[in-house]
Design a binder for this molecule. Structure first.
Ligand code: ADP
Ligand code: 5GP
Length: 204
């Protein structure tokens, strides 16, 4: 069986990653999502085990010591990390999976899994990013300022990605991300099983 593909999705806070991904999963329920372990407080409306496992710093540091994380990073004073086993299990069983990580996490995953495909969700402009972040109403003014400061460095690193998808009109961004995942299925490295099967049955 050919392995599945890992899709890395990043973008500055407020660029619309969650909004785009929610719609992608409605359309493509067969794609798995990697649930990150994080130490920040739960926001209103967040549910344990849906996007994140909310754990203590001690628990997180034990995961680092146990080498249980594929990547991890500190973002605005909190740990964020991708548990390794669910990703490896999914990919080894031929399934596709999306991980949503920041630019540092993406770089760590690329080192370990160079075949992973990375997509950066870009806001149409910095002004729009500011409006979306304040409009979401989930962070204090101070936290928003910190996230915007981070966003500048993140946008500068978008060139490290395989693809950049601009999230202006939501449905277009959703289509674009789905198109990237669809075209990836045609890559030759994902079809070695098919090639072998045809060759094995070849009779001249
Ligand atoms: P992220 O997950 O990247 O931090 P969110 O998905 O929470 O961002 O989006 C930030 C805010 O912007 C939310 O209030 C969301 O409803 C809004 N938003 C996301 N995408 C769009 C879009 N294409 N057009 C208008 N508003 C959007
Ligand atoms: P938020 O606090 O807004 O949910 O996420 C903040 C940032 O952390 C976002 O850029 C998001 O993509 C990133 N993030 C979410 N999960 C992970 C993870 O597992 N690892 C890393 N490195 N970053 C993550």
């Amino acid at each position: 069986m050919n392995k599945g593909r890992l899709f890395i999705v990043s973008g500055p806070s407020g660029s619309g990653k969650d909004t785009v991904l929610t719609k992608v999963f409605e359309r493509k329920p067969d794609i798995a999502f990697s649930i990150s372990s994080i130490t920040r407080d739960m926001r209103d409306g967040e549910v344990e085990g849906q996007k994140y496992h909310f754990i203590s710093r001690e628990e997180f540091e034990k995961m680092i010591t146990d080498d249980a994380l594929l990547e991890h990073n500190v973002y605005v004073d909190n740990y964020y990390g991708t548990p390794r086993k669910p990703v490896e299990d999914c990919i080894n069983l031929g399934g596709d999976m999306i991980v949503e990580v920041d630019v540092n996490g993406a770089a760590q995953i690329r080192e370990k899994m160079p075949e992973a495909v990375s997509v950066f969700i870009m806001p149409p402009s910095f002004e729009v990013l500011k409006e979306r972040l304040s409009g979401r109403g989930t962070e204090t003014a101070e936290q928003i300022a910190e996230r915007l400061a981070n966003a500048v460095g993140e946008i500068a690193r978008s060139v490290e990605y395989d693809y950049i998808v601009v999230n202006d009109v939501l449905d277009d961004a959703v289509e674009d991300l789905i198109a990237i995942m669809r075209i990836d299925r045609f890559k030759a490295d994902r079809q070695t099983e098919l090639v072998n099967e045809i060759l094995n049955k070849a009779k001249i």
